[in-house]
Design a protein around this ligand. Structure first.
Ligand SMILES: [Mg+2]
Length: 99
């Protein structure tokens, strides 16, 4: 369920502004991840901030398109697929030798 303050933000500032803000915040997070990996920058506080910003905007995106339940269901299915892949992965990895 969406935070009522975020619902109010979407209603107040509107679909166009808020959906553009989703993209803007995602690009800010992308930039911080790239700095961290490519330039070995110690920017964990920026990554924390931008992750929070993206989560806030994704809540508004789900509210805007009324897709919260479908996203949750899809996510649960995807996690099962990942689990299956991990189990297959574990089967083909060489076992570490016991001492
Ligand atoms: Mg930001």
């Amino acid at each position: 369920m969406i935070n009522p303050i975020l619902k109010r933000a979407l209603k107040t500032w509107g679909e166009k502004a808020q959906m553009l803000m989703v993209v803007e915040e995602m690009s800010e997070l992308m930039k911080e991840i790239l700095k961290n990996i490519n330039r070995k920058k110690n920017n964990i506080s920026e990554i924390i901030e931008e992750t929070a910003d993206v989560e806030i905007m994704l809540e508004q995106l789900k509210e805007n398109y009324q897709i919260e339940e479908k996203v949750a269901a899809y996510k649960a299915d995807k996690i099962k697929v990942i689990e299956n892949r991990l189990n297959e992965w574990d089967k083909i990895q060489p076992k570490t030798e016991e001492k």
